[in-house]
Design a protein around this ligand. Structure first.
Ligand code: ADP
Ligand code: MG
Length: 240
């Protein structure tokens, strides 16, 4: 579904991604792990061209994301993204948040958008909050709304950038549970996370980044029990 070929990204003289190549297959769940500043967010953002690659190519199915003539807006509707800090629309209710993009981008009728939004809210366990404003929700609830909102565009792949890092500990599980059930439904997912237990349990593959390099690309079993690189070993010693 996603193919990255020799991707490099520089901010000025700072090369933050160095010659990265990887594939994400349909239905695969990939955890992206690594120290702070190693380039995880930048890598994720290059997938939908929120950051533009300096060198190399990114492909989404048969379309080149990095191509000059590509309609990136159209591709972005197929790639859902969830951030650490939710980014809900504060002046809209929960239901309106989830209805907004399908209505404005895809031209769904209000009735259809509302019906779909309710279905998604019930999937993430928040139907009873449909008419609340985001400010009245807990962090875990906000993040579940953000996931429902991303799903409303019927994405083919979901990108998560540390979706639980801003949450109080007691709210982490409710969000991970939603992500786990999404993974179980066959969604293709790339997840930047510090939740090692979740990565081990849910991911099909672990990518370990360090200083902009893809240092390991392994199964969770391999990665967590016998990491090949010294850097991954040192990282795991600190976080496990
Ligand atoms: P991670 O998500 O692994 O913590 P990031 O991808 O956010 O790492 O950042 C990788 C490196 O790129 C860091 O050194 C960071 O300071 C730098 N960086 C990220 N975004 C920008 C930007 N918009 N402008 C300049 N430097 C940036
Ligand atoms: Mg980051």
């Amino acid at each position: 579904m996603i193919k990255i070929k020799n991707l490099s990204k520089q901010f000025g003289k700072n090369e933050v991604l160095k010659d990265i190549s990887l594939d994400i297959k349909t239905g695969e769940v990939v955890a992206i792990i690594g120290p702070s500043g190693s380039g995880k967010s930048t890598l994720l953002r290059c997938i939908n061209n929120l950051e533009t690659a300096t060198k190399g190519e990114v492909w989404f199915k048969d379309q080149e994301v990095t191509g000059k003539k590509t309609d990136i807006q159209k591709i972005r509707t197929k790639i859902g993204m969830v951030f650490q800090h939710f980014h809900l629309f504060p002046h809209m209710t929960v239901l309106e948040n989830v209805m907004y993009a399908p209505k404005t981008v895809n031209g769904l009728s209000s009735a259809d958008a509302a019906a779909q939004a309710k279905e998604l809210l019930s999937k993430v366990g928040l139907l009873e909050k449909a008419d609340e404003y985001p400010a009245r929700l807990s962090g875990g609830q906000k993040q579940r709304v953000a996931i429902a909102r991303a799903l409303a565009m019927k994405p083919e792949v979901m990108l998560f950038d540390e979706p639980t890092s801003a949450l109080d500990p007691e709210m982490v599980k409710e969000v991970l549970d939603v992500m786990k059930s999404l993974a179980g439904s066959g969604m293709t997912m790339a997840i930047v996370t510090h939740e090692m237990g979740f990565a081990r349990e849910v991911a099909d593959r672990v990518l370990f980044l360090d200083e902009g390099k893809l240092v390991e690309d392994a199964s969770p079993q391999e990665f967590f029990s016998s990491p090949k690189s010294e850097r991954a070993r040192a990282f795991l010693e600190k976080v496990l």
